[in-house]
Design a protein around this ligand. Structure first.
Ligand SMILES: [Cu+2]
Length: 137
């Protein structure tokens, strides 16, 4: 004999959980080196993405990590006095003042599209601290 109320509860639970699975929280591990931003994955599904950002540089220099929404090539952003002109972009989020060895987390909601990840300490972008990131449906 089928328990109808039990079946209804199971269906309700599936209906509530399914959208959460479709937009699962993804964590991207980010390693900041002296002249690079390294990712363990350069794509994610749309939804909440957590960047786990570690300053793994050898030099005793603080770094930062910013997420910009742009279709531009990550190597061709406009630069003024050693810094990317962030005002020309939609900045999704950032973490700053990462001392050597430290880790900070940035959790953002990302729509499908192309992004550029940079460190915008003066001179760091031009040293190579930039990479692209793509979010798919
Ligand atoms: Cu930097």
């Amino acid at each position: 004999m089928i328990d109808k109320s039990h079946t209804a509860r199971v269906l309700l639970a599936i209906a509530l959980v399914a959208p959460l699975i479709a937009h699962a929280n993804e964590t991207i591990h980010v390693k900041l080196t002296d002249d690079m931003i390294q990712l363990d994955a350069d794509t994610a599904r749309e939804g909440r993405v957590t960047f786990d950002v570690n300053n793994a540089a050898n030099g005793n220099t603080e770094h930062e990590f910013a997420v910009l929404r742009t279709d531009m090539d990550d190597a061709r952003l406009p630069v003024h006095n050693g810094q990317v002109t962030e005002s020309r972009f939609k900045k999704i989020g950032e973490v700053e003042d990462l001392a050597r060895g430290s880790t900070k987390r940035l959790s953002v909601k990302l729509a499908p599209g192309r992004y550029v990840l940079i460190c915008n300490r003066p001179g760091h972008y031009e040293m190579g601290m930039h990479t692209r990131f793509v979010v798919s449906r």
